[in-house]
Design a protein around this ligand. Structure first.
Ligand code: CMP
Length: 136
């Protein structure tokens, strides 16, 4: 069993899609091991997305991620990181494979409804960010 982190982003929480996303995750055999609802501060969002420092989309991304509630959750499954990336689809919903979560509910490359860790190493960092070192 391995772990990863998913965040339901403000564009999805504001459309009352939290239950829908969790349903998709559970149908795909992910276990929700922990969950929170947070309104991120500017500082928290910049720290979470520090890997994107210097990218042209960072300021807009931070404004979006602090615009409403987000729902980070700790997910468990065999091959969790890779399987979750496949389930959510490409960053740009227009390019996401048919039937993926971003294809289904994503709005655009920024308001793409969900974030998922892209490696085991980043999953550990991101899980620690929201759920503390004991959750890793
Ligand atoms: P996420 O998987 O959370 O990782 C970084 C986020 O930046 C991404 O999803 C999008 O919400 C946002 N973003 C906006 N523009 C871009 C872009 N051109 N390339 C990658 N990510 C982008």
């Amino acid at each position: 069993m391995s772990k990863t982190l998913l965040i339901i982003k403000p564009d999805a929480t504001e459309r009352n899609l939290i239950g829908h996303v969790i349903n998709r995750l559970e149908k795909a055999r992910f276990t929700v091991a922990d969950i929170r609802m947070v309104h991120l501060t500017d500082q928290q969002a910049r720290k979470f997305y520090a890997v994107h420092e210097g990218k042209p989309f960072l300021d807009s991304l931070v404004a979006f991620m602090t615009s409403g509630r987000v729902v980070p959750m700790l997910l468990e499954k065999d091959n969790a990181v890779e399987d979750l990336r496949a389930l959510i689809g490409a960053t740009n919903p227009e390019k996401a494979a048919c039937g993926t979560i971003r294809d289904e509910i994503g709005r655009d490359i920024e308001k793409n409804s969900v974030h998922a860790s892209d490696s085991d190493e980043n999953a550990a960092t991101e899980i620690g960010f929201f759920f503390g070192p004991d959750a890793i």
